[in-house]
Design a protein around this ligand. Structure first.
Ligand code: ZN
Length: 359
């Protein structure tokens, strides 16, 4: 019995050193172990470990050694061994459970740490993408990729947002002067055309020039907008043709021909007759067109310095806008409006720029 008391005391030392949640189990164990050895002790589940030890010890002292028979001694020894084994087994169980809990907690912490690291990496990657320079190429005339957001789509399109010499503008309060005539050296030429997703664009074969002042520019390409991008004293027209020229040094001059409803437009008809079936497919018809057919009869014009009216909105562009519109038939206009009902950038601030116009 003394061995049992020592073992019990040992187990309490071990248990009190363990985690708090083991203590209730230790109390139950002590209670169940002490019950068979002490008939006087009430079997209460709430009995404290200390009371159990004291009761067992008291019982051990109270049993008179002389009165105990050999047979009784033998049974006690047996019971003691069985109890020792039971206690050892329960202790092992408790330790095992505690170990399992500790392992599970460590595993959970590891998973949580890994998840936190993953979240941190994802946040850092998102921040890097947000801060990285944009190189988008998709733009349009409406919605999220529309004119108000062009400068945010591509780092090289900043002028679309911050430029102060942008096009188109509302042309008014021009200075009337004797502007020299634009010299046109145009002739029938081969061409190719494409529906580029923004307009119908016609690339003209080489050798078509204009001369303004002492500068010569070669016609590269012309295209259409609906409605006209330019306004004159607040008024636009139904469409406009932009004829884009480039000098040997890379300077750009754009001739704008406003279009209003009336007689059929020969050059426009040639372009419409050869429209590609698919977007982005370039066709090179076997016929020729004469860029002179694009021009109005009278050659008075407005002129100002502006920009490309589409991304990248490059400035330093010489604009030459004919005062007299040319006509195109309602059917010709309707055909374009089926492809592009709206492909015009809104007018930009003039910002005190000088506008000159022919007398
Ligand atoms: Zn244009």
């Amino acid at each position: 019995m003394r061995h049992l008391i020592a073992l019990l005391a040992c187990s309490f030392v071990t248990m009190s050193a363990s985690a708090n949640d083991i203590e209730p189990s230790a109390a139950r164990l002590a209670a169940s172990v002490s019950r068979p050895a002490s008939a006087a002790l009430p079997a209460k589940a709430t009995i404290s470990p200390a009371t159990a030890i004291a009761a067992s010890a008291k019982k051990a002292v109270l049993v008179p050694a002389a009165a105990a028979s050999e047979e009784k001694d033998g049974k006690e020894e047996e019971a003691e061994v069985a109890l020792s084994a039971k206690i050892a087994e329960r202790l092992a169980e408790l330790r095992e459970r505690q170990q399992a809990r500790a392992t599970a907690a460590a595993r959970a912490k590891k998973v949580a740490d890994a998840r936190r690291r993953q979240d941190e990496q994802a946040a850092a990657a998102a921040a890097a993408i947000a801060a990285a320079p944009k190189h988008g190429t998709v733009w349009s005339y409406e919605g999220e990729t529309g004119p108000a957001n062009w400068s945010k789509i591509n780092v090289d399109w900043g002028k679309c947002g911050t430029g102060n010499r942008q096009s188109p503008i509302d042309i008014r309060d021009g200075i009337k002067v004797n502007l020299e005539q634009i010299g046109f050296d145009y002739h029938p030429s081969s061409f190719s055309e494409v529906n580029n997703g923004h307009t119908i664009s016609v690339t003209v074969g080489g050798g078509n020039f204009i001369t303004v002042g002492n500068q010569t520019y070669e016609l590269q390409e012309f295209h259409f907008h609906r409605p006209s991008e330019e306004r004159v004293n607040g008024k636009g027209t139904e469409m406009v043709i932009h004829m884009v020229h480039r000098s040997a040094e890379g300077k750009v001059a754009i001739v704008a021909v406003l279009l209003e409803r009336g007689q059929p437009h020969r050059l426009m008809q040639t372009v419409w007759d050869n429209l590609p079936l698919e977007k982005f497919e370039t066709v090179s018809p076997s016929v020729v067109l004469d860029p002179l057919d694009a021009l109005p009869e009278k050659r008075e014009y407005f002129t100002y310095m502006g920009s490309l009216s589409e991304p990248p909105c490059t400035e330093g562009v010489l604009w030459l806008v004919f005062k007299q519109p040319r006509q195109a038939s309602p059917a010709q206009m309707a055909l374009f409006s089926r492809l592009y009902p709206l492909n015009a950038r809104p007018v930009q601030s003039t910002g005190g720029r000088m506008i000159k116009e022919s007398n």
